[in-house]
Design a protein around this ligand. Structure first.
Ligand SMILES: [Zn+2]
Length: 551
């Protein structure tokens, strides 16, 4: 396509392609990034072979991404994402060099070869540039060109949120994952790159560089793809898990080897607890890895990155302030937990990221529960309530690459803990967590699918609970008034039609009540002296001293 034809197309697309934001906070770039555009929808990723040459001398990356895809619908225009200052320099399909144009971070490639339905096609996208440098990884995405304590280069990528397209060209939307991926990274000797999956081979070249080829044999989310280049040393062991022998590999800086061998014993404890609660580790074929980096950590699939200083807690701090958070390495446990929720079960749209963070914030309590008992786990979970802000809804806006509130961690965990109380059958609850990992194994899912699964398996209508906690910021308040031997009660400060079971100790005796938004009555034989709510339900409580029953 000629340049002016392409500009014309982009011009029309601008007016005809809706911007999904309900207000002006979102731009067309957000829609291009966050929605299934017509230029994405027609093809389904099957494979990536990402080759990158890293040049520390000028902080640049150059390489090729071979993109394999199945044609769902015959179409000739394809969207690939790559953020400036990175540039696509050449695109080739079947020996034909192709024309392309860009609109911000989205590149539109005009394919020449006929794209027939069900065909598997390949496209080579060449790229180069100096990728954005991250000043605060992993919260600000990009590449960190650091040095270890020995002065050796330590070059790492982290890009959750900002997107994998910060440094490599890809379909930068979570709904579509390749079935497998080969990552080939060339670095100067004697450095070594560690990426996802298994090391297939390490080639040494005459120009004093080496190329490591890492193969991931399972679907992988693009934000999980990572490069870690350093003066690494390696050790390994085997975990005898539910699906057999799991290879565990650890890549750390040489001066931390001794500390790592001690601290990373927790990896087997993590696997034991999470296989119990969630089912088998989801990537036996690709192994499990911990890779030391210069930032706190990230759930990079089958190469979880670690920078927690070989200390328990999170940077030495207990996020629950209960003492239980000092008992384990927060980063090791939390980021590895994401292998189940984030890497195996991945959100279709980042607006539903609670699927990653709520389950995994809750997994910290489940880890404590497994090793120190149910009350310890519950105490940890309740302790994290101090971190809840109730500022925005947990679910963000769809189709515009918008994450919801950070409450997806502590509040989401406490919602799940509340649902566990409602289910009131720990074995059933565990089977539901394991069931989610079977039902949605290696899939991208929407919030509704997870909600429906939990409703269906529990046999309970938990829709109002999900709507209240995920889509609203109010914490339901149990209002009650005592009138002698009678208690009036209802939910207030909640969504219309809210209904949720709750446990209350009335005169010391447990009662399961299911309040709605209208007043209900409970009559006892004796005057009601004390009402105490079960503290494992994340709710508020308000005692009305003088009830106007006409209201
Ligand atoms: Zn997380």
């Amino acid at each position: 396509m000629s340049t002016h034809k392409l500009l014309l197309l982009l011009f029309f697309a601008y007016f005809y392609f809706p911007s999904y934001g309900q207000n002006n906070l979102f731009t067309r770039q957000d829609s291009l990034r966050g929605s299934i555009t017509p230029e994405r929808e027609w093809w389904d990723l099957t494979y990536y072979h990402l080759s990158v040459k890293i040049n520390p001398a000028d902080s640049s990356f150059s390489g090729t991404n071979k993109i394999g895809y199945r044609v769902n619908k015959s179409k000739q225009l394809m969207q690939i994402d790559l953020q400036p200052p990175m540039k696509i320099t050449r695109v080739v399909q079947e020996q034909n060099e192709l024309e392309y144009g860009r609109e911000g971070n989205a590149w539109f490639i005009e394919l020449k070869a006929p794209q027939r339905q069900n065909d598997i096609q390949y496209l080579d996208v060449e790229f180069s540039g100096k990728p954005q440098v991250s000043k605060k990884p992993p919260w600000q995405g990009g590449v960190s060109w650091g040095r270890d304590k020995n002065g050796k280069p330590l070059i790492v990528t982290a890009n959750q949120g900002d997107g994998a397209s910060l440094w490599w060209p890809c379909k930068d939307h979570p709904y579509d994952e390749p079935d497998s991926m080969l990552i080939s990274i060339t670095v100067p000797e004697p450095l070594m790159n560690v990426s996802n999956g298994r090391l297939r081979n390490l080639e040494h070249h005459n120009d004093e560089t080496n190329t490591s080829h890492w193969f991931v044999s399972n679907p992988i989310n693009n934000y999980g793809v990572n490069i870690n280049v350093g003066d690494y040393v390696h050790f390994s062991n085997v975990y005898e898990g539910e699906k057999g022998d799991l290879d565990c590999d650890y890549w750390v800086l040489p001066y931390n080897l001794k500390k790592a061998k001690k601290q990373f014993k927790q990896a087997h404890l993590m696997l034991e607890a999470f296989e119990h609660w969630f089912g088998p580790y989801p990537f036996y074929e690709d192994g499990y890895k911990l890779v030391e980096v210069s930032y706190p950590g990230m759930e990079h699939q089958s190469s979880v990155t670690y920078g927690n200083g070989y200390k328990n807690g999170y940077g030495g701090r207990d996020v629950s302030r209960t003492g239980w958070g000092d008992k384990f390495d927060f980063i090791l446990v939390h980021e590895s937990g994401h292998e189940w929720f984030a890497n195996s079960i991945t959100n279709w749209d980042v607006a539903d990221m609670w699927i990653h963070e709520s389950f995994i914030a809750y997994s910290e309590s489940l880890f404590v529960d497994y090793f120190w008992g149910k009350e310890a786990g519950a105490t940890y979970c309740r302790g994290t309530r101090l971190n809840i802000k109730n500022d925005r809804a947990i679910i963000g806006q769809y189709d515009v690459n918008s994450q919801g509130s950070g409450d997806m961690y502590a509040k989401g965990a406490n919602m799940l803990h509340t649902i566990r109380q409602i289910v009131n059958d720990d074995e059933k609850w565990r089977q539901m967590l394991r069931g989610l990992n079977q039902e949605f194994y290696h899939q991208t899912v929407r919030s509704e699918q997870v909600e429906n699964y939990i409703c269906q398996k529990s046999g309970l209508d938990l829709k109002p609970v999900f709507d209240q906690y995920l889509r609203d910021t109010r914490i339901p308040t149990f209002e009650y008034a005592l009138l002698g031997d009678e208690m009036r009660y209802r939910w207030a400060n909640c969504i219309g039609g809210f209904q949720m079971k709750v446990a209350a100790y009335i005169n010391g005796e447990i009662h399961y009540l299911t309040p709605g938004t209208t007043w209900q009555n409970l009559k006892k034989e004796q005057p009601i002296k004390t009402v105490e709510m079960d503290k494992d339900f994340y709710t508020a409580v308000f005692k009305i001293l003088h009830l106007d029953t006409n209201k």
